[in-house]
Ligand binder design. Structure first.
Ligand code: GDP
Length: 290
């Protein structure tokens, strides 16, 4: 548990508990209020913040801290445990032959994440391929091809075809030699029937092993609605959060994993194909509270 990573007000409030072995209701309320502030600032959904605060408050008051544990360490441990439990382990990604479909809104970072994931799998010794099915956004093909080249992975797309399902099917055939096929899809500025209808058709045709939702870390409260819609349409197995190199803390992802009963697979931390990490709950929690 890294107290240094916590925001200064939260650290201050927790430090006020230093030396105390018993914790009063007032102490707990003070800490919970600071935690709420950090989480809301990190874009965590309000209803989730409330649920989390209730659990933290309940446990801090009801449960006995283990012998020798200070009130401060006890509260901190409860906070970490509750957040880590909600976020869960990293999405299971066996290093084997598979097809992964990426879904998400326009600009969320799907195309970039497709190439990054391909690069990540190639570093694990597999042969990945990116299949680009975005026929709506001008430049999507060129961008995807360029990034796949940067990642030195196989690529399939067809700038002259405007049926994404056809491209996807052709792509699966053309990349039959690959171990991992990552299918990138079109996005929209917002959720609408066209987008959902298109991704449902692609999903039915491709029959992927996993569907990942790509979310911009700055997405905030609307992450919940997106997650619900994509979950209803195709089912979401994992989330990739992009742009964590910026100021946003990615708290919207908590609602997304909660709504889809899924986990986080990857974190995007920059614009190059190498800027990708597997999700790890404790450092993500430190970031959320920081
Ligand atoms: P798509 O419309 O969902 O395919 O989104 P793109 O992959 O085209 O990404 C939209 C923009 O976000 C591009 O300018 C990317 O370079 C940028 N981007 C994507 N992921 C990251 C990231 O992790 N960090 C940063 N800084 N930029 C990113």
């Amino acid at each position: 548990m890294v107290l240094d990573n916590l925001g200064s007000s939260l650290r201050g409030t927790l430090n006020d508990l230093r030396g105390k072995s018993r914790i009063s209701e007032e102490d707990v309320e003070g800490v919970v209020k600071e935690i709420q502030r950090s989480l809301i600032q990190a874009d965590v959904d309000i209803a989730l913040v409330q649920d989390l605060s209730d659990s933290i408050e309940g446990r801090a008051l009801d449960e006995e801290p283990p012998a020798g544990t200070s009130a401060r360490d006890w509260v901190l441990r409860i906070v970490y445990e509750e957040l880590v439990e909600l976020l869960g382990e990293s999405t299971d990604l066996p290093l084997e032959n598979q097809t992964i479909l990426l879904a998400g809104l326009y600009g969320s970072g799907k195309t970039t994440t497709a190439a990054k994931m391909a690069w990540w799998f190639s570093k694990k010794g597999l042969r990945p391929a990116v299949i680009q099915t975005d026929t709506d956004r001008p430049g999507a093909y060129d961008q995807a091809k360029q990034m796949a080249d940067n990642a030195e992975v196989d690529f399939y797309g067809d700038p002259d075809e405007n049926d994404p399902v056809k491209i996807a099917m052709e792509g699966l055939e053309e990349t039959a030699d690959a171990d991992v096929r990552i299918v990138d899809t079109a996005g929209r500025d917002g959720l609408n029937e066209d987008l959902i209808d298109q991704i449902e058709r692609i999903e039915t045709a491709v029959d992927p092993d996993r569907n990942l939702l790509v979310l911009d870390a700055a997405m905030g409260q609307s992450a919940k609605d997106q997650a619900q819609e994509f979950e209803r349409a195709i089912g979401i197995d994992g989330v990739a959060i992009t742009k964590l190199d910026g100021t946003a803390k990615g708290g919207g992802a908590l609602a997304a994993v909660n709504e889809t009963d899924s986990t986080i697979a990857f974190l995007g931390t920059g614009e190059t194909v190498k800027d990708i990490e597997r999700f790890e709950s404790s450092s993500f929690v430190s970031r959320l509270l920081g």
